[in-house]
Ligand binder design. Structure first.
Ligand SMILES: Nc1ncnc2c1ncn2[C@@H]1O[C@H](COP(=O)(O)OP(=O)(O)OP(=O)(O)O)[C@@H](O)[C@H]1O
Ligand SMILES: [Mg+2]
Length: 319
């Protein structure tokens, strides 16, 4: 059993899956017709109505050369480090630099919609997926012309059902993204829940670039081994994602913050290290659901986010 299977086993599920995530990648490279509004057979024993066909049920494997968007996943073991904030700011920043961005919330906390000022009652990933409705119908307007797919409100039972489904269907996200028919001009920015969970592994299975978000503190430094473990099975893929460690909320006036930054530099391993400074204007953006880049236009944090956007664009061109 691979390490990923161990992780899935944590949820009490015995799953037959593709440990290297290769199926997910193969299918994402192609264009599997899925989630186009067509109802599919109801699977016996399924805890909810419609059930997606398993990837291996498709008879004609898709070509590997199909155009596809670049996928960026923001991940962390620790909560409250700024994943959703950076997902929002990067989506706006990339769009301002001419990219076409879809920000996707894979966190049942449903917080990304607050960052973008999207009504919490609008349907999102959670309920739509359980109804097998296409994600195209839940795209909302974000900042600077980008688009947002919120997670949407879900109750406890819906969260459990979805988690069960995702555990059994490791290509769930790849199929939904494929059905959106995005092109290589598009970038998908995925916000994930903190820690080890099915949403994280779905995101990692399709990610080209992983941004590991951490604050310059001992708590985040102390979880880097766990981050390595979570990433390990996904790095075994034929085309593994490129990882960047993003130290967020750095305060240059804090000697402790600077010491912690040095400690992260020593510990970063293969990952490149980027910095986003702490800026109260960013928190104000969340409080008022305004574009954080409007408030940080002439600040260190604004420059950092724009630098990160340019780095993502450069990385995208080399993929
Ligand atoms: N660079 C920054 N400067 C100042 N405040 C920031 C910065 N980045 C994030 N914050 C603030 O930190 C808090 C946590 O951010 P956010 O909700 O994005 O974290 P998260 O990692 O998504 O949290 P969760 O684990 O709850 O999903 C928010 O109040 C946000 O405004
Ligand atoms: Mg969040």
């Amino acid at each position: 059993m691979s390490r990923t299977d161990d992780l899935f086993a944590l949820f009490g599920k015995s799953v037959s899956r593709d440990p290297a995530g290769r199926n997910a990648r193969l299918h994402f490279f192609g264009s599997i017709p899925f989630d186009d509004g067509t109802r599919v057979n109801q699977k016996e024993g399924s805890r909810f109505g419609a059930y997606a066909p398993h990837a291996t049920e498709h008879r004609h494997p898709a070509p590997l050369v199909a155009l596809r968007p670049t996928v960026v996943a923001l991940v962390s073991v620790n909560g409250g480090v700024g994943r959703s904030t950076l997902a929002t700011a990067l989506s706006s920043g990339l769009q301002r630099l001419g990219e076409s961005v879809v920000a996707l919330d894979l966190d049942p906390q449903n917080a990304l919609r607050q960052h973008f000022g999207v009504d919490h009652e609008l349907p999102g990933v959670g309920r739509s997926s359980l109804l097998n409705a296409p994600w195209r119908s839940i795209l909302q307007s974000g900042f600077a012309g980008c688009q947002v797919i919120p997670f949407g409100d879900t109750d406890t039972q819906q969260k459990e059902n979805l988690q069960g489904w995702l555990t059994r269907e490791p290509t769930w996200l790849a199929q939904h993204l494929s059905a959106l028919a995005l092109s290589e001009a598009d970038t998908v920015i995925i916000d994930t829940p903190a820690g080890n969970n099915v949403y994280l592994h779905q995101a990692l299975s399709v990610a080209d670039i992983v941004l590991i978000v951490a604050k310059p503190d001992a708590a985040c430094l102390g979880t880097l081994d766990q981050v390595d473990e979570l990433l390990a099975p996904h790095l075994e893929r034929e085309r593994p994602p490129r990882c960047h460690l993003v130290i967020n909320q750095l305060d240059e006036n804090s000697a402790f913050n600077l010491d912690m930054l040095d400690a992260f530099k020593l510990r970063r391993g293969e990952a490149q290290l980027e910095v986003v400074h702490r800026d109260p204007a960013i928190s104000e953006g969340l409080a008022f659901s305004t574009d954080p880049l409007d408030n940080t236009a002439r600040s260190l944090a604004g420059d950092d986010i724009n630098d990160l956007c340019r780095l993502l664009i450069a990385r995208k061109k080399r993929l």
